[in-house]
Design a protein around this ligand. Structure first.
Ligand SMILES: *Cc1c(COP(=O)(O)O)cnc(C)c1O
Length: 460
């Protein structure tokens, strides 16, 4: 008799073979479930030593099944975003439209002419169509697409400023989130950071003095402040003024723009974010941006600007390590094709941004009616949605949604059930209330959401 048997602990093989663990074995494999069973028995051994009575085979198998369910739930899966944050970094940012999905499906299932020129049969340039489209849409001389904007910034600095000084305002030494901090990325790129100004005020004279003091300086870097705003006693030189100073002193003006708006969103009340085209025309020599923020495409980053500078980035050895994958590339090309055709509603993130408030409200009313019919008490509420993805730090979008008649700990436990359901639903929990913003719902998700809410509320 083993010491575990003397303690009354179940045998590993009996736990693994128990019907409660059968699903787990099927989905994760016998070997993984055996490891989970050992871990569960190890944990139980300790509690038995401490005087608890030994768990049954069934108890342990149930714990193993719960652990297996958690592991399976950790897979990246399609979720319903009712948070009201449109470009939610934790939810994969921009959803893609039908054309991008077609392109992905087609490319994924076969071979793709990614680096071959079909007209000549010779080797072609990866990303050629995307880069030509970006030139067209931004007015830049040249473009290069890479894995994300963090990669774009790293490559730009590494290729153009390694071993040299780059001036950045103290008001722009930002952290974007997920550990992307401008000073750290600069250090890693091999560029030397020269800080100027103060947190709230940096004047053109601060830049001018730094240029005098640092003759090895090759560039001024301008960084979009992303997901926060400075208000009140603040000052930052005009873009054109900074470009003039840089060019008078024969240094480059580089810009990390964050989100890459390709169309002007001012008519939607979204002001204060320049388009890439504006940045290029105001004199930035290079502009870097994400393709999955306000651009509305798949994960990616772009470097646009002067041809000779973009070519130096393209030839840099880092470029190969940071290149965009085949699947995001075909999805990006399809998204950019929609821009070229002027079909902005084919891009779900833009369609959601542009949806008129009365349409959003009618959708919320429809959802409320549907829930009431199912016996779930719900009310229509006015909300504010956020663009997210480091753009428009405030919540500038008027929106509507539905509030569920549950508060406090009930709301929290319903939210948890929604997150772990099928499909998972991400509501907004605000001041102990459960809210569902319909601006971030995609086409066809309304009924799925109503089903999920009904299930979660009725099981509470
Ligand atoms: C979002 C952002 C980044 C990082 O872009 P990713 O595409 O997420 O890598 C860098 N700089 C700024 C200013 C940003 O807003």
């Amino acid at each position: 008799m083993t010491s575990d048997q003397r303690r009354g602990l179940p045998r590993v093989d009996l736990v693994v073979g128990h019907p409660s663990a059968a699903d787990a074995c099927k989905q994760l494999g016998q070997r993984a479930v055996t490891r989970l069973a050992r871990e569960a028995i190890d944990a139980a051994r300790q509690t038995v030593r401490d005087g608890a009575s030994p768990p049954s085979v069934e108890d342990i198998a149930t714990r193993v099944a719960a652990r297996a369910a958690r592991i399976l739930g950790s897979r990246a899966q399609r979720v319903i975003n009712a948070t009201g944050v449109l470009l939610h970094t934790n939810l994969g940012r921009a959803p893609l439209g039908p054309r991008a999905i077609d392109a992905l499906t087609n490319s994924a299932a076969g071979y793709t002419s990614i680096e071959i020129d079909l007209a000549t049969g010779k080797r072609g340039r990866r990303g050629a169509f995307a880069e030509d489209a970006l030139r067209e849409l931004t007015g830049a001389d040249a473009a290069l697409v890479v894995n994300n904007n963090a990669a774009a910034v790293l490559l730009m600095l590494g290729a153009l400023a390694v071993g040299r000084s780059v001036i950045v305002s103290r008001g722009e030494l930002v952290e974007i989130g997920g550990g992307f901090r401008i000073p750290d990325v600069m250090a890693r790129s091999g560029a030397r950071l020269v800080e100027v100004g103060t947190t709230n005020k940096t004047r053109i004279s601060d830049y001018a003095r730094a240029l005098e003091e640092h003759p090895d300086c090759v560039a001024i870097l301008r960084v979009h402040q992303g997901n926060f705003r400075q208000v009140g006693f603040v000052e930052r030189p005009q873009h054109e003024e900074l470009a003039k100073l840089a060019h008078d002193k024969h240094v480059l003006l580089l810009e990390d723009l964050g989100g890459g708006a390709l169309v002007d969103l001012q008519s939607l009340g979204l002001s204060g974010e320049p388009t890439v085209k504006e940045s290029v025309s105001k004199g930035s020599d290079i502009v870097c941006f994400s393709t999955d923020k306000v651009l509305g495409g798949p994960q990616g980053g772009a470097i646009v600007g002067k041809s000779d500078l973009v070519e130096r980035c393209r030839r840099d050895p880092l470029a190969r390590a940071l290149r965009l994958g085949r699947l995001p590339l075909v999805a990006l090309e399809a998204t950019l094709a929609s821009y070229l055709e002027g079909d902005l509603d084919a891009i779900p993130a833009l369609a959601a941004l542009r949806a008129p408030t009365n349409v959003v409200r009618a959708r919320a009313e429809h959802l409320r009616d549907d829930l009431e019919r199912r016996g779930v008490s719900a009310s229509v509420v006015e909300l504010r949605s956020a663009v997210g993805g480091g753009a428009y730090a405030e919540e500038p979008l008027e929106s509507w949604g539905v509030a569920i008649g549950a508060e406090g700990s009930t709301a929290t436990s319903i939210a948890q059930r929604l997150r772990t359901g099928t499909p998972p639903v991400l509501p907004r929990v605000q001041e102990g209330r459960l809210l569902f913003d319909v601006r971030t719902l995609l086409a066809g998700e309304d009924e799925l959401l109503a089903n999920a809410i009904e299930r979660a509320v009725k099981n509470s």
